[in-house]
Every structure is written in structure tokens, then in C-alpha cells.
Design a protein around this ligand. Sequence first.
Ligand SMILES: *Cc1c(COP(=O)(O)O)cnc(C)c1O
Length: 378
Amino acid sequence: MDPQVLEAMLPYLKENFGNASSLHSWGQEARAAVDQARGQISQILNCQPQEIIFTGTTTEADNLALVGVAKASLFKGNHLVTSPIEHHGALDVFEALSKNGFEVTYLSVDEYGLVDPAEVEKSLKETTTLVNVMYANNEVGTIEPLRESGSKIKNLKLKMRNSFGGPFFHTDAAAAKYLDLDVQKLGVDLMTLGPHKFYGPKGIGILYVREGTKIESVIKGGAHEYGLRPGTENVPAIVGAAKALELLEEDKQPDAERIAALRDKLIDGVLQKIPNSHLTGHPKKRVPDIASFVFEGAEGESILLLLNEEGIAASSGSACTSGLLKPSHVLTAMGISPELSHGSLRLSLGKDTTEEEIDHVLEKLPPIIERLRKMAPK
Ligand SMILES: *Cc1c(COP(=O)(O)O)cnc(C)c1O
């Protein structure tokens, strides 16, 4: 967490401990902090303060957006559209909804993970209430053409010309922090953000909900967060989320450019030094902070363990839970074979990543891959 974020949060963990729903002055101080944070965030996202809802996690924000809109719009229809490369926090919601009477259309993606806006348009029908396409993919970094898809959805809204206001367009922007987060320009009705992805605290999610969107709460209980997320507000985390977003915006462009240059050095170095290695995701339309690869004949989790011994924290799309090696649904949707998917690796950069660290990875990774390839059964 950014030290400035922690500093902003500390008073609300210590002396300003009031419940923001209480009428006494301790409570009102907490309320003022929540209001201020909501205002700051709404200015950055270019929306109204009352269009910002705080949840417990990003996953919860995804769930609220998707379940909330699907259920509240049932009077109009039961057809939902999603990309197949969403984070499980969104994708698994569609699986659950499809078991509960909803009709779900899964769009296809190309080899880079791109959704075709023309396919979004084709998928829309009279009963469509919700379309869900993430802003950038968290495994391979591909940036989706949201504005184009948004304008197709808007065309249908205009054609429908009724009080419904849908179909509603949600995007999960948790992996898109360095991109433009202006919801008006993006043309989305709902957008999810995760503050712990940009040096904010864990335990907080942000959901933008455009005024007029048909949505109901998933959790029942009270009037907090305009009735959409009942439960006592996590005041320190809300304050921290606003501070983190403010700091992100301050140096966004220079940060993004510097990080992208390091990312390119990393990608070029890996592809050059390691034979039979491939970049995953789009070579150009990708976020500055994600480099992702597949290596032929090397297993992802083994790569992670050996990298960890060199002080390098990485992740892999393949999760070897209970001995069952399941390839990443993202790589599978992109047409990458299960064998190749098992050798996947994601390296994420941050605002403090240095050139020396990139050099360190470029020195340590090639012999690790070579070692694993020698060990692998032919
Ligand atoms: C991290 C992430 C999430 C889930 O965040 P949690 O904090 O674990 O709830 C959802 N979507 C995307 C794209 C993410 O990167």
C-alpha cells in the first residue's frame, strides 16, 4: 500500500472510529469522510457522487453489477451476454445465472483475446438486458475495444426507445488502472474497480452505476450505499480507496509510459533469450503493466516456485489444485492448447519496478526454463 494511502486511513482506524450511519458527531465525522471520498472518486470517473457504490471486494462489485441488473431487469428479459475471458468473479456469476433460468450468450475472442464489437451487436436481441465485457484482461493484458461495443449497445437502446433504459453495459476495469477511466467516454453503464490493484487497501471494491440503471441489491439489510450494499461502511478502506485513485491519476501518463517501456524490455528479452517462448495477449493493445507468456515444455507452477527462490513473485494461469491441472479459461478461449497453457507465466510491473529488476528476471528466467525442460517427460 502507498504510505500516503495508509496515512489517510489511519485516523479512521484510530481516533475517528464513528459509524457513518450514527447521528452523533463521531458518526457524522465518518459520514463526512465517506461523502468526501465518494465525491473525489466521482470527479475522477466523471460521474455523479451518488453513482458510486462501495462494496467489500472487486468480486462483490462484479456480483452486484451482474446479479443486480439481471434480476432487476427480469420483467424485460432474461438474456445476458458476456465475454468468455472474464475474471472468475464475473464469469462464475453467469454460470450460476444460467442454472437459474437465464439465457447466457458467450462471445468468442480471437487469438489475442479481443472481443469483436460486430459480434456484440449480433448477439443483442429484444430480451437482452445486460452485456459484460472486461476493459482489460488480467491474465494477458489485452485491452478490449469498449467504446465500439458500447456504441452498438447504445444503438439498440435508442431503437428500443422505452422506459427500460437497457440493455445495460458493465465492464470490469480492475486490470485497467492505467487506462482512461472516464465512464462517459467509455459509454458504460456500470464499471468495477479494485483499489488494492492500485496501491490502495484490500477489503474494498468500487462500483459505478449510471443513474437510471435497473439494479437491485444482492445483500439485504439496510439503506447503506443507496440501498445497494447494506452493512456498516468500511470507512478507512473507503478513504484509502479515494486516496489511492487520486494518487493513480496524478502521475498516470508518465507512470504508464515508463512502465510500458520496462514491459517492452522484459517482453523482448524473454522472447529473445528463451527459444520456443510466446507472448500471450495482443502485442500492441495491452496494458502497460502486464507481460504474459507461454513456454513450450515447462510447467507453470514449477516456474513460479523456482522464480520465488530468486526473489521474483510471478503468477501462472494454470492452477494445480488437488493435483488436477486445469488450463486457464482465458488461454483456452484464445485457442491456445492445454499443453501450451500449462507453461503460462504472468509478470506484472508496478510503479516502483526498476530496470535492474527487469535485468534480474532476464538473467534468472532462461536457465529456469531450460532446467524444467530437461526434467520434463518427453
Ligand atoms: C483482481 C481482479 C478481480 C477480483 O478482485 P478481488 O479483490 O479478488 O475481489 C476481478 N476482476 C479483475 C479483472 C481483477 O483483476
